[in-house]
Write a protein that binds this ligand. Structure first.
Ligand code: KG4
Ligand code: ZN
Length: 369
């Protein structure tokens, strides 16, 4: 693997199948001039799971197994590349729904065996965490908030394989909470964008919703109590008025969004303070994950970064949500750092920071690690 070292251009094929997106991508990286995403194919499974109120692992794994090779073909075709022009294959080896992870790993192993190409097992969370370097060539160390339907954690990213987790959710991920709130209010899925839209017309102060774990030190978060509080608010309105009006929905959405925003902003301030103790020369606070699309949250995080004197960075949404370009890129980072991981195994749980205490939660989108 060390022959693929620091200086030569690399073209890497990425494969991602750890949750409900079947994805493949090709990245070409020339040291000094930076990476170019030649293709990024993401095929979601939202419709497949729509009737079940969450991702069904067996259905997801089968769909990945059926479509992954087609996604790889599509990624190569869009990049205008033949497999012979690829230097290495990077595949998500965890954490995630193990059936899906195995689909990707088996395909990648088969391809590597057939072609003799080097194979890199990538941690899905490392893919998210290293995205600011793919998009903006950010220098280590930087602070990262992963905030999606399956993840919520603060990380200091020191290197391609070196992370400090400052805290994370002990139960639900925020996107999961947005989805559940939408469901409680009879709104469609995915809940995040719908709740955000409804919140525009709402009065955030009408319902007194909790700000979980703000009274405790540290950067851990909790969203499951907030969801229960939303359920109670809904039921109190129904008991009083006999049903929910548009305005009631809007007020609940606004109150919920304000609570999530307040909690994430305060925990971000704490995470920034811990990160700044490292005295980084150009401090950066980056976000990734679908929930980072939320405008009020994004504005609050940006304010937190600015008052701490850090640059705020939100990669384009297509690279914030699950994709294989981030996996190909993390593979390139690992190859360049000489981190040989050809003997990896597929893992449902795989914390980035092995020294941090395990987080408790595990949501509909699989292990949060
Ligand atoms: O990163 P992502 O596409 O997938 C994984 O979770 O792996 O994130 C999807 C989550 C969903 O729960 C969705 O409701 C949430 O991100 N989301 C939002 C918004 N857009 C998407 N949450 C809040 N506000 C939004 N505008
Ligand atoms: Zn993800």
């Amino acid at each position: 693997m060390s022959t693929l070292s620091q200086t030569r251009p690399l073209t890497v094929l990425g494969i991602e199948s750890s949750c409900d997106d079947t994805a493949s991508a090709v990245i070409h990286d020339v040291p000094g001039s930076g990476p170019v995403i030649l293709s990024s194919v993401v095929w979601g499974q939202t419709e497949l799971h729509a009737d079940f109120g969450g991702v069904v692992p067996e259905l997801a794994a089968r769909a990945h197994a059926e479509k992954l090779d087609l996604a790889v073909e599509a990624a190569l075709a869009q990049a205008g590349m033949a497999l012979e022009q690829i230097d290495a294959i990077a595949v998500t080896a965890g954490p995630g729904l193990i059936g899906g992870v195995l689909s990707g790993v088996m395909l990648a192993r088969g391809m590597a065996a057939a072609t003799g190409l080097p194979l890199v097992g990538v941690n899905h969370l490392a893919g998210h965490a290293l995205t600011p370097r793919l998009t903006d060539r950010v220098a280590f160390p930087y602070l990262m908030l992963l905030v999606s339907g399956g993840h919520c954690q603060f990380l200091i990213v020191h290197g391609p394989n070196q992370f400090t987790r400052l805290g994370g959710t002990i139960d639900d991920a925020p996107g999961e909470a947005f989805d559940k709130v939408a469901k409680l209010l009879g709104l469609p899925q995915p809940g995040g964008p719908v709740v955000e839209e409804a919140a525009h017309a709402g009065d955030a102060a009408r319902f007194a919703l909790p700000r979980p774990l703000l009274d405790r030190p540290g950067c851990d978060l909790s969203f499951s109590g907030l969801k229960t509080a939303v359920l109670r608010a809904r039921d109190s309105v129904i008991a009083e008025l006999g049903g929910l009006r548009m305005q009631d929905r809007a007020d609940i959405c606004a109150g919920f969004q304000a609570a999530v925003t307040d909690v994430l902003a305060e925990k971000s301030r704490r995470a920034l303070a811990a990160y700044l103790e490292l005295s980084p020369t150009t401090p950066v606070f980056a976000v990734a994950g679908g929930v980072a699309a939320n405008q009020s949250l994004r504005a609050a995080l940006e304010r937190a970064a600015q008052s701490a004197g850090a640059r705020f960075l939100a990669p384009p949404l297509a690279l914030c949500t699950d994709n294989a370009a981030m996996i190909a890129w993390a593979g390139i980072e690992q190859l360049r750092a000489g981190l040989d991981s050809a003997d990896f195994v597929a893992r449902p749980r795989w914390p980035l920071d092995q020294s941090a205490a395990p987080l408790i939660g595990s949501g509909k989108k699989g292990a949060k690690a």
